[in-house]
Design a protein around this ligand. Sequence first.
Ligand code: ADP
Length: 413
Amino acid sequence: MNKLIHTSLVESDQHVEILQRDPSSPLFSVKTFEELPLKRELLRGVYMMGFNRPSKIQEQALPLMLAYPPQNLIAQSQSGTGKTAAFVLAMLSRANANEKYPQCLCLAPTYELALQIGQVVRAIGKFCTDIKVNYAVRGNRIPKGTVLEEQIIIGTPGTTLDWCFKHRILDLTKISLFVLDEADIMIDTQGLSCQSIRIHRALPKNCQVLLFSATFKEPVRAFAERIIPDPIVIKLREEELTLSNIRQYFMVCQNSEEQYKALCNLYGSFTIGQVMIFCQTRRLADWLSEKMSRDGHQVATLTAELTVVQRASVIQRFREGKEKVLIATNVCARGIDVQQVTTVVNFGLPRDLDGEPDFETYLHRIGRAGRFGHRGIAFSMVENETVELVHKIEEHFQTTIKQLDPYDMDELE
Ligand code: ADP
């Protein structure tokens, strides 16, 4: 197992390079960052990040996003392919550092994602010293009457609406670039899409709109059409990368206790990289984290009931490597980008209300282990009666999920 993870890690940088030269991969790119219309400070920022060449979505979307006159765009490409970096470059290119008022507005479905996008802005914008960011998120209280001077505002739809219409500190009529990230999640989440539409309605007519989504199914299409009547659509094949760079295994267990034992067997092998364990319910996540802690394992838990400050600090600690294991419910099945995550465990498979496999959540969960083409491993612990779901997932993604004996990890090597 260690050997497996180790080899994956050592090989992974090379793997990205190869993928980027493979025309069928979403990371393929013929262009260099220099060929893109980026200002010098941004090129320095990109190279500081360690990016050598643009990903496919970056290569295709950036020239359009940066064109004059500004164009509206819908970009779909699976999670981990560089979308955030792409629209962050667009915001940093469009923001005029000399003007001290909000010009770019980016909406994300969760507090964590909003902060994460802000971190990318700060990292890529390291040399754009006069461009500032503020966050329209719960807990960030701005006194009434404040005049916002930050050029970039990143927020969740609810708080952004409050800032605009209740506190009246954010003037939407001066926004020239509007980014909607994770549009598919916005649509799935009650309220978020209505709030986004209300915000969009208050924007000036000529405001450039960029919509990003990991999927482009009918609801996303319908939503996109409402806010972007005549967009350019860039679509990359879904699911292409995620499953090719992640080895998938499953183990059959009788019940949660046995799943737990299997997990402990695995845990002994987690010495390299970090692990995310997904549970379908908060109760299960709490149960598991209590049990693991009692057994002396150091774990962090991320569930929706934590306060925003607690959630941010859990993610930050995990990102810094203070905990090796993060137990989570679906709140962070997607979007959260921690490159060191090499292993994902499904403590039970994600299912929809009809008990069928939730393919998308499965994909996004295991995608946490394969950021930007890095290799990863995913384990699913399933109960006897749900083995059928594993086969449905295999069929849906045309992939292989290998069975393992939960008590014999040697099989892995
Ligand atoms: P998405 O928004 O599509 O989920 P991100 O923009 O978060 O993807 O990128 C995923 C990971 O890949 C991040 O850790 C990011 O720093 C890295 N990344 C993005 N673009 C590049 C690039 N051109 N070269 C190398 N790494 C990149």
